[in-house]
Design a protein. Sequence first.
Length: 248
Amino acid sequence: MLEVEGLSAGYYGSTVLDGISFASGPGITLVIGPNGAGKSTLVRSLVGSLRPVRGRIRFEGRSIESLRAERIAELGIGTVPERARLFGQLRVVDNLRIGARLGQHRVAAADFRADLDAMIALFPDLGPKLDQPARLLSGGQQQMVAIARALVSHPKLLIMDEPTTGLYPTLVKELLVKVEQVARDLPILLTEQNVVQTVPIARHVHVLEAGRFVHSGTPQEILADDRVRRIYLGEERTPSALAPPPGG
Ligand SMILES: Nc1ncnc2c1ncn2[C@@H]1O[C@H](COP(=O)(O)OP(=O)(O)O)[C@@H](O)[C@H]1O
Ligand SMILES: [Mg+2]
């Protein structure tokens, strides 16, 4: 559904993403990588907020790399950007209504009502908060609104950039359960630094370092990789695994 080929992008003439290629389909496609690897640059390139320097991006067979962000949203790519900002003075329900206007079709009032009910079923915490200004919500609740705002646009693909950053551990777990639930019906491209909790829920994983994919595979393959275990899971190799004992 999404095909990326030789994608390079950067800022002011510098190269950040250096020839990324991948395809993503149903389920969760996960891009993990440390700070500064280029995860957000990749997301910005895909959703049209940064014009790629080279390469092709196809969505449902159609080239989108030179389209504006609004057009890409209309085609059905929903996004939850890094540290997604809400309109803090607006009520939660109005933030969601804005999301409903972004998608491929304008959602009628009655349908919006139904979508709202679906979002409250997904995120029960938001039910009592609908009429509050968004800025009064906790960080975790704001992140839920940002995800709901993307979902009510009825995307065909949802791209999320590190949605669990800054949330405390129990909330991370809770949010990822929702993400997994949403991914049953909607393909998701997810970037994360949280390897331990996100790799197991992915269908396919790419490891992004310094603007390149250094490893790609199934969760099992990624978690079995020595380098991934050492760098991302902080596992030390036992001395005996490094070298045979002297004279032995
Ligand atoms: N708006 C920007 N202007 C200039 N450089 C940027 C900008 N955003 C990111 N960068 C640089 O691009 C590189 C990759 O950043 P980013 O895509 O944000 O990585 P990640 O999301 O994986 O942490 C970093 O070196 C960062 O400093
Ligand atoms: Mg980032």
